[in-house]
Structure formats: structure tokens, C-alpha cells
Design a protein around this ligand. Structure first.
Ligand SMILES: NC(=O)c1ccc[n+]([C@@H]2O[C@H](COP(=O)([O-])OP(=O)(O)OC[C@H]3O[C@@H](n4cnc5c(N)ncnc54)[C@H](O)[C@@H]3O)[C@@H](O)[C@H]2O)c1
Length: 264
């Protein structure tokens, strides 16, 4: 077991990437604090983990509220005695062109998707520092590495998460604490599939066409990467961002000069 006797906290663990990571951490021996706004999904996740013989606790928190972030970290330590792994993962976002995004939507996106990542990191560091050990894994995105039409608020928070990761890493590297980010491409989670459901079907096809592997990723394919970064196998890795996107960002975007596309 790669996370035996570790205590982890995962935000947004009721669904998608967070849920896959919660199951994976539990399978590898970690106790999992499942944090989410969604009580039903959070309790379901805890039941799944316990039914499989693992250890988990649900904590309801809106990570956009600093008091609730403090409470979730306190709850992890009260229940399991320590905190070894923080996985900042939950977000909310708003769509729209830069010239049209509503101020309230921008602010909520930043509160949940960037400020909360920093504040949870700050609260977790207070628990990790005295023990001189700990791991933080932030879910960023390939959307933090470039721009996407209509996703300017999302692009801004994800770029912020990447640099928050780097600064956390360098400042705490000699304190025994590592911090890394994962940058997924399009992953088949309720968030993405829900957004695509309200779009014409050909949008999903066009996205898959743009991905060299020709398909969306699965949440488990990101959970596998988060597990590696959270485990001692990644003991010399800090301040890094790992892309898992089926090759999407490896492409310049330039159509083939020879007229031969990805399905040659
Ligand atoms: N799905 C993708 O294509 C994709 C691609 C790149 C990055 N990501 C990133 O992966 C992470 C997870 O996304 P997902 O696709 O699994 O989403 P998801 O919607 O399946 O899961 C997100 C979870 O976060 C919870 N949540 C939302 N706001 C919250 C809040 N304020 N407090 C606590 N919990 C809250 C939701 O209830 C939900 O259970 C996000 O950071 C997202 O940006 C996703």
C-alpha cells in the first residue's frame, strides 16, 4: 500500500476527479476526509470507501468560506490525529468573454478556485510544519497554461494555482513539505459532460478530434497521477506541474502541412 497510515483531505471528493482520487487513496491505505458541498455525494463516497474496508469521513464545507476551510482542516486532525496529504481540487466557475463576465461570477470563481486553495494550504501547513512532513497536490488544468475562448476566469485561476504551487514548493522544500500540480486536459467528469450536454453534440466530437489520443481522459487517469505525487515515490518532486491531456498541448494547433490529419 502506497499511502499506508497517511491521512488525506480532498476537496470536491463527491464527484469526478476528486471522487476517483478518494477511492484511490483509500485503496492505497490512506484515511480520507471527503470534503464537498454535496452532502448526498459525499456520504455516498464515504460509504463506498468503508464498504471496501477503508477509512473515511465526510465533512460538509463550502471552500469559498474561509471559516469552513479552517473547520475542514480542524475536522481532519480531530478525527484522524494528523494531516499528511491535502488535495485542493474543488472549483466553481463562470463562462463568458472577458468583456462580459459578471463581477460576482469572477469573484466567486477566484474565491473558490484560487483563494481557497491558498487558504487551505495555509491551514494545512500549520498542521504539517510541526511534523516536518506533508504533501499538497493542487488540481490545476491545461487551461492554466493557455487561453480558452469564454473561459477567461477559469484560465486566470488555473494559472494562479500553478504559480501558487511553485511558490509553496520552494518556500517549504526545506521544511519537509512537497507541493505539486496536475494539469488535466478534458476529462469525462460530470462537470465536463454536463457542460457538453447543453451544447450541440458536435462540440464533443470536435474536442475529441483536437486531442491526439482522440478521446476524453477518465477521472481515474488523473487520480493515478495524484496518487503518484502524493506518495513517497515522488519524494524528489516538488514545484512541478504534470500535464495529462492525451497529447492535446503537445500540438501547436497548426493543421498538417501535408493535409494528413490525426487519423492517418
Ligand atoms: N473535467 C475536466 O475536464 C477537467 C479538466 C481540467 C481540470 N479539471 C479540474 O479538476 C477539478 C475537479 O473537476 P471535476 O471535473 O472532477 O468536477 P466535478 O464537478 O465532477 O466535481 C467537483 C466537485 O466539487 C464540489 N464543489 C464545487 N464547489 C465547491 C465548494 N465551494 N466547496 C466544496 N466543494 C465544492 C462539487 O460539489 C463537486 O462534487 C477542478 O479543479 C477542475 O478545474 C477538470
Amino acid at each position: 500500500m502506497r499511502l499506508k497510515d497517511k491521512v488525506s483531505l480532498i476537496t470536491g471528493a463527491a464527484s469526478g476527479i476528486g471522487a476517483a482520487t478518494a477511492r484511490t487513496f483509500a485503496r492505497e491505505g490512506a484515511a480520507v476526509v471527503v470534503v464537498d458541498l454535496n452532502d448526498e455525494g459525499g456520504h455516498r463516497m464515504v460509504d463506498q470507501i468503508r464498504d471496501a474496508g477503508g477509512s473515511a469521513e465526510f465533512v460538509h464545507a463550502d471552500i469559498g468560506q474561509p471559516r469552513e476551510v479552517e473547520a475542514m482542516v480542524r475536522a481532519a486532525v480531530d478525527r484522524f490525529g494528523q494531516l499528511d496529504i491535502l488535495h485542493n481540487n474543488a472549483i466553481t466557475t463562470t463562462a463568458g468573454h472577458i468583456g462580459e463576465i459578471a463581477l460576482a461570477g469572477w469573484q466567486k470563481t477566484v474565491d473558490v478556485g484560487l483563494t481557497a486553495y491558498w487558504y487551505a494550504t495555509r491551514c494545512a501547513l500549520a498542521e504539517m510544519m510541526p511534523r516536518k512532513r506533508g504533501v499538497i497536490v493542487n488540481t490545476a488544468s491545461i487551461s492554466g497554461l493557455g487561453g480558452d475562448y469564454m473561459l477567461g476566469a477559469y484560465n486566470a485561476i488555473k494559472a494562479g494555482v500553478i504559480n501558487l504551487t511553485r511558490t509553496t514548493a520552494i518556500e517549504y522544500a526545506r521544511k519537509g513539505i512537497r507541493c505539486n500540480a496536475v494539469c488535466p486536459g478534458p476529462i469525462a467528469t460530470p462537470a465536463l459532460l454536463g457542460a457538453l450536454n447543453v451544447q450541440p453534440g458536435h462540440i464533443a466530437d470536435r474536442i475529441c478530434q483536437a486531442i491526439p489520443m482522440g478521446r476524453f481522459g477518465e477521472p481515474q487517469e488523473i487520480a493515478n497521477l495524484v496518487l503518484f505525487l502524493a506518495s513517497d515515490e515522488a519524494s524528489y518532486i516538488t514545484g512541478a506541474c504534470f500535464v495529462a491531456d492525451g497529447g492535446l498541448t503537445a500540438h501547436t494547433g497548426m493543421p498538417s502541412l501535408f493535409g494528413i490529419g490525426p487519423e492517418w
